[in-house]
Design a protein around this ligand. Structure first.
Ligand SMILES: [Zn+2]
Length: 352
Protein backbone atom coordinates (compact mmCIF):
# COMPACT_ATOMS: atom_id res chain seq x y z
CA UNK A 1 0.00 0.00 0.00
CA UNK A 2 2.76 2.31 -0.99
CA UNK A 3 0.85 5.47 -1.62
CA UNK A 4 2.39 7.95 -4.07
CA UNK A 5 3.28 11.34 -2.67
CA UNK A 6 0.34 13.72 -2.99
CA UNK A 7 1.17 17.05 -4.63
CA UNK A 8 2.37 19.39 -1.92
CA UNK A 9 0.06 22.35 -2.13
CA UNK A 10 -0.40 22.66 1.58
CA UNK A 11 2.71 24.75 2.31
CA UNK A 12 3.29 23.55 5.87
CA UNK A 13 3.19 26.36 8.36
CA UNK A 14 3.77 24.48 11.60
CA UNK A 15 7.04 23.27 13.01
CA UNK A 16 8.00 19.98 14.62
CA UNK A 17 7.25 21.51 17.98
CA UNK A 18 3.79 22.80 17.15
CA UNK A 19 1.24 22.22 19.91
CA UNK A 20 -0.87 19.20 19.18
CA UNK A 21 -3.22 17.15 21.31
CA UNK A 22 -1.21 14.83 23.59
CA UNK A 23 -0.22 11.63 21.75
CA UNK A 24 -2.52 8.72 22.32
CA UNK A 25 -0.22 5.77 22.83
CA UNK A 26 -2.99 3.15 22.50
CA UNK A 27 -2.80 0.73 19.58
CA UNK A 28 -6.14 -0.77 18.65
CA UNK A 29 -8.44 -2.11 15.99
CA UNK A 30 -12.15 -1.59 16.72
CA UNK A 31 -13.20 -5.24 16.67
CA UNK A 32 -16.54 -4.11 18.07
CA UNK A 33 -17.19 -2.46 14.69
CA UNK A 34 -15.94 -5.02 12.19
CA UNK A 35 -14.96 -8.65 11.68
CA UNK A 36 -12.51 -10.37 9.37
CA UNK A 37 -14.07 -12.65 6.77
CA UNK A 38 -12.87 -14.64 3.79
CA UNK A 39 -13.88 -12.99 0.49
CA UNK A 40 -14.41 -14.92 -2.78
CA UNK A 41 -11.58 -13.19 -4.66
CA UNK A 42 -9.54 -10.94 -2.38
CA UNK A 43 -8.46 -13.15 0.51
CA UNK A 44 -9.43 -12.02 4.00
CA UNK A 45 -11.30 -8.71 4.24
CA UNK A 46 -12.75 -6.54 7.03
CA UNK A 47 -16.55 -6.17 7.17
CA UNK A 48 -18.60 -3.74 9.27
CA UNK A 49 -20.75 -5.55 11.84
CA UNK A 50 -22.67 -2.41 12.79
CA UNK A 51 -23.26 1.09 11.43
CA UNK A 52 -19.97 3.00 11.53
CA UNK A 53 -20.51 6.79 11.47
CA UNK A 54 -18.43 8.95 9.12
CA UNK A 55 -15.15 10.06 10.73
CA UNK A 56 -14.91 7.14 13.19
CA UNK A 57 -11.34 6.02 13.85
CA UNK A 58 -11.51 2.27 13.23
CA UNK A 59 -7.80 1.43 13.42
CA UNK A 60 -5.03 3.16 15.36
CA UNK A 61 -2.25 0.70 14.90
CA UNK A 62 1.42 0.44 15.80
CA UNK A 63 3.73 -1.16 13.22
CA UNK A 64 5.41 -4.50 13.88
CA UNK A 65 8.10 -3.81 11.27
CA UNK A 66 9.19 -0.41 10.03
CA UNK A 67 12.18 0.03 7.73
CA UNK A 68 13.73 2.86 5.75
CA UNK A 69 12.57 3.16 2.15
CA UNK A 70 15.91 1.84 0.87
CA UNK A 71 15.99 -1.37 2.98
CA UNK A 72 16.32 -4.63 1.05
CA UNK A 73 15.61 -8.36 1.45
CA UNK A 74 18.36 -9.01 3.99
CA UNK A 75 17.41 -6.15 6.34
CA UNK A 76 13.75 -7.10 6.14
CA UNK A 77 14.39 -10.77 6.91
CA UNK A 78 16.54 -9.80 9.91
CA UNK A 79 13.76 -7.54 11.20
CA UNK A 80 11.13 -10.30 10.88
CA UNK A 81 13.46 -12.82 12.52
CA UNK A 82 13.89 -10.44 15.44
CA UNK A 83 10.14 -10.28 16.20
CA UNK A 84 8.64 -12.11 19.17
CA UNK A 85 6.70 -15.29 18.35
CA UNK A 86 3.27 -13.64 18.34
CA UNK A 87 4.29 -10.87 15.96
CA UNK A 88 6.26 -13.30 13.81
CA UNK A 89 3.09 -15.38 13.40
CA UNK A 90 1.15 -12.21 12.49
CA UNK A 91 3.72 -11.36 9.85
CA UNK A 92 3.82 -14.78 8.18
CA UNK A 93 -0.01 -14.95 8.15
CA UNK A 94 -0.23 -11.94 5.81
CA UNK A 95 -0.88 -12.34 2.08
CA UNK A 96 2.01 -12.41 -0.40
CA UNK A 97 0.95 -11.47 -3.90
CA UNK A 98 3.92 -9.81 -5.59
CA UNK A 99 6.31 -11.70 -7.86
CA UNK A 100 9.97 -12.33 -6.97
CA UNK A 101 12.21 -9.38 -7.77
CA UNK A 102 14.39 -9.61 -10.90
CA UNK A 103 17.23 -7.92 -9.05
CA UNK A 104 19.03 -10.81 -7.32
CA UNK A 105 22.23 -9.09 -6.18
CA UNK A 106 21.06 -9.54 -2.59
CA UNK A 107 21.38 -13.36 -3.00
CA UNK A 108 25.15 -13.03 -3.54
CA UNK A 109 25.41 -10.75 -0.53
CA UNK A 110 23.46 -13.29 1.54
CA UNK A 111 25.72 -16.14 0.37
CA UNK A 112 28.80 -14.21 1.41
CA UNK A 113 27.58 -13.67 4.93
CA UNK A 114 26.36 -17.28 5.43
CA UNK A 115 28.51 -20.02 6.94
CA UNK A 116 29.68 -22.90 4.76
CA UNK A 117 27.66 -25.43 6.75
CA UNK A 118 24.28 -24.06 5.66
CA UNK A 119 24.99 -24.59 1.95
CA UNK A 120 22.49 -27.48 1.85
CA UNK A 121 19.67 -25.32 3.15
CA UNK A 122 20.71 -22.16 1.31
CA UNK A 123 17.94 -22.43 -1.29
CA UNK A 124 15.33 -22.71 1.44
CA UNK A 125 16.77 -19.61 3.07
CA UNK A 126 16.54 -17.72 -0.23
CA UNK A 127 12.90 -18.80 -0.61
CA UNK A 128 12.09 -17.62 2.90
CA UNK A 129 13.68 -14.26 2.14
CA UNK A 130 11.62 -14.00 -1.04
CA UNK A 131 8.35 -14.84 0.73
CA UNK A 132 9.12 -12.35 3.51
CA UNK A 133 9.82 -9.72 0.86
CA UNK A 134 6.64 -10.46 -1.07
CA UNK A 135 4.60 -10.11 2.16
CA UNK A 136 6.39 -6.82 2.79
CA UNK A 137 5.71 -5.51 -0.73
CA UNK A 138 2.07 -6.58 -0.62
CA UNK A 139 1.20 -5.13 2.78
CA UNK A 140 3.51 -2.23 3.58
CA UNK A 141 2.21 1.28 4.17
CA UNK A 142 4.09 4.49 3.47
CA UNK A 143 5.10 6.27 6.69
CA UNK A 144 6.37 9.84 6.44
CA UNK A 145 8.18 11.70 9.20
CA UNK A 146 6.71 14.92 10.63
CA UNK A 147 8.79 17.06 8.29
CA UNK A 148 7.61 14.91 5.37
CA UNK A 149 11.20 14.31 4.25
CA UNK A 150 12.02 10.85 5.61
CA UNK A 151 10.00 8.00 4.22
CA UNK A 152 9.76 4.59 5.86
CA UNK A 153 7.61 1.58 5.09
CA UNK A 154 5.70 -0.16 7.84
CA UNK A 155 3.70 -3.33 8.39
CA UNK A 156 0.46 -2.94 10.33
CA UNK A 157 -1.06 -6.44 10.36
CA UNK A 158 -4.65 -5.56 11.27
CA UNK A 159 -4.96 -2.66 8.80
CA UNK A 160 -3.25 -4.81 6.16
CA UNK A 161 -6.51 -6.79 5.95
CA UNK A 162 -8.19 -3.87 4.25
CA UNK A 163 -8.85 -4.55 0.59
CA UNK A 164 -8.75 -1.93 -2.14
CA UNK A 165 -11.41 0.14 -3.89
CA UNK A 166 -11.00 3.17 -6.16
CA UNK A 167 -14.17 4.51 -4.45
CA UNK A 168 -13.07 3.77 -0.87
CA UNK A 169 -15.21 4.08 2.25
CA UNK A 170 -12.24 4.39 4.66
CA UNK A 171 -9.05 6.46 4.58
CA UNK A 172 -5.65 5.37 5.91
CA UNK A 173 -2.58 7.45 6.75
CA UNK A 174 0.46 7.04 9.00
CA UNK A 175 0.34 9.76 11.67
CA UNK A 176 3.93 10.57 12.78
CA UNK A 177 2.70 12.59 15.78
CA UNK A 178 1.32 9.50 17.49
CA UNK A 179 3.42 6.97 15.56
CA UNK A 180 0.31 5.04 14.48
CA UNK A 181 -1.45 4.19 11.26
CA UNK A 182 -4.98 5.53 11.49
CA UNK A 183 -7.98 4.39 9.46
CA UNK A 184 -11.13 6.51 9.49
CA UNK A 185 -14.59 6.03 7.97
CA UNK A 186 -15.00 8.40 5.00
CA UNK A 187 -18.78 8.20 5.20
CA UNK A 188 -21.43 6.33 7.18
CA UNK A 189 -20.79 2.63 6.60
CA UNK A 190 -23.64 0.13 6.98
CA UNK A 191 -23.38 -3.27 8.69
CA UNK A 192 -22.26 -5.90 6.16
CA UNK A 193 -20.29 -3.49 3.95
CA UNK A 194 -16.65 -4.33 3.39
CA UNK A 195 -14.20 -1.70 4.66
CA UNK A 196 -12.23 -0.64 1.59
CA UNK A 197 -9.33 1.76 1.36
CA UNK A 198 -7.47 2.97 -1.73
CA UNK A 199 -3.91 1.74 -2.24
CA UNK A 200 -3.36 4.40 -4.91
CA UNK A 201 -4.18 7.99 -5.81
CA UNK A 202 -7.89 7.87 -6.69
CA UNK A 203 -7.68 10.80 -9.15
CA UNK A 204 -6.24 8.65 -11.96
CA UNK A 205 -8.46 7.40 -14.78
CA UNK A 206 -9.19 3.65 -14.97
CA UNK A 207 -6.33 2.67 -17.32
CA UNK A 208 -3.73 4.33 -15.10
CA UNK A 209 -5.27 2.84 -11.94
CA UNK A 210 -5.17 -0.66 -13.46
CA UNK A 211 -1.50 -0.20 -14.28
CA UNK A 212 -0.67 0.90 -10.72
CA UNK A 213 -2.73 -1.90 -9.17
CA UNK A 214 -0.75 -4.55 -11.09
CA UNK A 215 1.80 -4.23 -8.29
CA UNK A 216 -0.63 -6.09 -6.01
CA UNK A 217 -1.48 -8.64 -8.68
CA UNK A 218 -5.23 -8.08 -8.97
CA UNK A 219 -7.74 -6.46 -11.27
CA UNK A 220 -9.98 -4.08 -9.36
CA UNK A 221 -13.69 -4.78 -9.61
CA UNK A 222 -14.90 -1.71 -7.74
CA UNK A 223 -17.85 0.37 -8.91
CA UNK A 224 -15.54 2.97 -10.52
CA UNK A 225 -13.53 0.34 -12.45
CA UNK A 226 -16.53 -1.71 -13.58
CA UNK A 227 -18.75 1.26 -14.31
CA UNK A 228 -20.13 1.24 -17.87
CA UNK A 229 -20.37 5.03 -17.53
CA UNK A 230 -17.54 6.53 -19.62
CA UNK A 231 -18.48 9.92 -18.23
CA UNK A 232 -17.25 8.91 -14.77
CA UNK A 233 -13.84 8.02 -16.18
CA UNK A 234 -13.74 11.27 -18.10
CA UNK A 235 -14.45 13.20 -14.89
CA UNK A 236 -11.56 11.46 -13.09
CA UNK A 237 -9.28 12.30 -16.00
CA UNK A 238 -10.42 15.95 -15.73
CA UNK A 239 -9.71 15.91 -11.99
CA UNK A 240 -6.26 14.43 -12.57
CA UNK A 241 -5.50 17.13 -15.15
CA UNK A 242 -6.71 19.91 -12.87
CA UNK A 243 -4.72 18.56 -9.90
CA UNK A 244 -1.60 18.41 -12.10
CA UNK A 245 -2.20 21.95 -13.35
CA UNK A 246 -2.66 23.17 -9.77
CA UNK A 247 0.64 21.55 -8.77
CA UNK A 248 2.53 22.91 -11.80
CA UNK A 249 1.26 26.45 -11.32
CA UNK A 250 2.10 26.26 -7.62
CA UNK A 251 5.70 25.36 -8.53
CA UNK A 252 5.92 28.20 -11.04
CA UNK A 253 4.45 30.64 -8.54
CA UNK A 254 7.02 29.71 -5.90
CA UNK A 255 9.83 30.11 -8.48
CA UNK A 256 8.52 33.49 -9.65
CA UNK A 257 7.81 34.89 -6.21
CA UNK A 258 7.01 38.58 -6.48
CA UNK A 259 6.28 38.49 -10.21
CA UNK A 260 2.86 36.87 -9.92
CA UNK A 261 0.20 39.42 -10.82
CA UNK A 262 -3.42 39.68 -9.67
CA UNK A 263 -4.46 38.12 -12.99
CA UNK A 264 -2.14 35.15 -12.39
CA UNK A 265 -3.67 34.56 -8.98
CA UNK A 266 -7.14 34.73 -10.52
CA UNK A 267 -6.14 32.11 -13.09
CA UNK A 268 -4.81 29.86 -10.31
CA UNK A 269 -8.01 30.29 -8.38
CA UNK A 270 -10.18 29.50 -11.41
CA UNK A 271 -8.45 26.10 -11.77
CA UNK A 272 -8.98 25.36 -8.09
CA UNK A 273 -12.65 26.34 -8.21
CA UNK A 274 -13.19 23.93 -11.13
CA UNK A 275 -11.35 21.21 -9.24
CA UNK A 276 -13.38 21.78 -6.04
CA UNK A 277 -16.68 21.63 -7.98
CA UNK A 278 -15.74 18.37 -9.69
CA UNK A 279 -14.45 16.72 -6.52
CA UNK A 280 -17.58 17.74 -4.60
CA UNK A 281 -19.74 16.37 -7.40
CA UNK A 282 -17.84 13.09 -7.40
CA UNK A 283 -18.02 12.81 -3.61
CA UNK A 284 -14.22 12.46 -3.46
CA UNK A 285 -14.12 14.01 -0.05
CA UNK A 286 -10.78 13.08 1.38
CA UNK A 287 -7.67 14.91 2.49
CA UNK A 288 -5.51 14.21 -0.59
CA UNK A 289 -8.14 15.43 -3.04
CA UNK A 290 -10.77 17.85 -1.81
CA UNK A 291 -8.90 18.69 1.43
CA UNK A 292 -5.84 19.67 -0.60
CA UNK A 293 -7.95 21.71 -3.06
CA UNK A 294 -9.75 23.58 -0.26
CA UNK A 295 -6.44 24.46 1.44
CA UNK A 296 -4.96 25.74 -1.82
CA UNK A 297 -8.23 27.59 -2.52
CA UNK A 298 -8.17 29.36 0.87
CA UNK A 299 -4.72 30.84 0.25
CA UNK A 300 -5.56 32.03 -3.25
CA UNK A 301 -9.00 33.36 -2.34
CA UNK A 302 -7.33 35.53 0.33
CA UNK A 303 -4.83 36.77 -2.28
CA UNK A 304 -7.55 37.92 -4.67
CA UNK A 305 -9.86 39.31 -1.98
CA UNK A 306 -12.53 36.58 -2.03
CA UNK A 307 -12.62 36.45 1.77
CA UNK A 308 -15.99 34.73 2.04
CA UNK A 309 -14.91 31.83 -0.17
CA UNK A 310 -11.69 31.58 1.83
CA UNK A 311 -13.64 31.24 5.06
CA UNK A 312 -16.13 28.73 3.62
CA UNK A 313 -13.34 26.51 2.23
CA UNK A 314 -11.22 26.75 5.38
CA UNK A 315 -14.17 25.50 7.44
CA UNK A 316 -14.65 22.61 5.02
CA UNK A 317 -10.89 21.82 5.07
CA UNK A 318 -10.98 21.52 8.87
CA UNK A 319 -13.94 19.12 8.64
CA UNK A 320 -12.24 16.94 6.03
CA UNK A 321 -9.03 16.64 8.07
CA UNK A 322 -11.02 15.86 11.22
CA UNK A 323 -12.94 13.19 9.34
CA UNK A 324 -9.99 11.58 7.52
CA UNK A 325 -7.14 12.00 10.00
CA UNK A 326 -8.42 13.22 13.35
CA UNK A 327 -7.59 16.09 15.65
CA UNK A 328 -4.17 14.66 16.55
CA UNK A 329 -2.91 14.99 12.96
CA UNK A 330 -0.66 17.74 11.61
CA UNK A 331 -3.05 18.19 8.71
CA UNK A 332 -5.88 19.06 11.12
CA UNK A 333 -3.68 21.61 12.90
CA UNK A 334 -2.64 23.17 9.59
CA UNK A 335 -6.27 23.40 8.45
CA UNK A 336 -7.09 25.04 11.80
CA UNK A 337 -4.33 27.61 11.19
CA UNK A 338 -5.80 28.33 7.76
CA UNK A 339 -9.22 28.80 9.33
CA UNK A 340 -7.82 31.25 11.90
CA UNK A 341 -6.17 33.18 9.08
CA UNK A 342 -9.38 33.21 6.99
CA UNK A 343 -11.38 34.46 10.00
CA UNK A 344 -8.89 37.28 10.64
CA UNK A 345 -8.99 38.33 6.99
CA UNK A 346 -12.80 38.24 6.98
CA UNK A 347 -13.07 40.30 10.14
CA UNK A 348 -10.71 42.88 8.62
CA UNK A 349 -12.70 42.94 5.35
CA UNK A 350 -15.93 43.48 7.27
CA UNK A 351 -14.45 46.38 9.25
CA UNK A 352 -13.21 48.19 6.16
ZN1 LIG B 1 -11.28 0.14 -8.87
Amino acid sequence: MTVPDPPDLSAPTITDNAPLKPPNPGSYARRDLYEERQTPESGVGAFATTTIPSGTRIFCEESIVMLPDEAGHVELYAAVKGLDEERKAMYWALAASTKASKDVAWIDALRECCDEDISETFNELVEEHETAWSIYETNRFTCKSRDGVTKSLGIFPQSARLNHSCSPNVFHRYNPVINRLTVHALRDIQAGEELLTSYIDICHPTVARRQLLKHWGFRCRCSACDSPDDEEDYRRKRIEDLVNRMGNREKRRVKNEGKWTGKDYERDLAIIVKCIRLLEKEGMEETDTLGMAYAAGVRLAVKVGEEEDALKWAEKAVEIERKCLGEDSMEFVRAGELLDMARRVNAKAERS
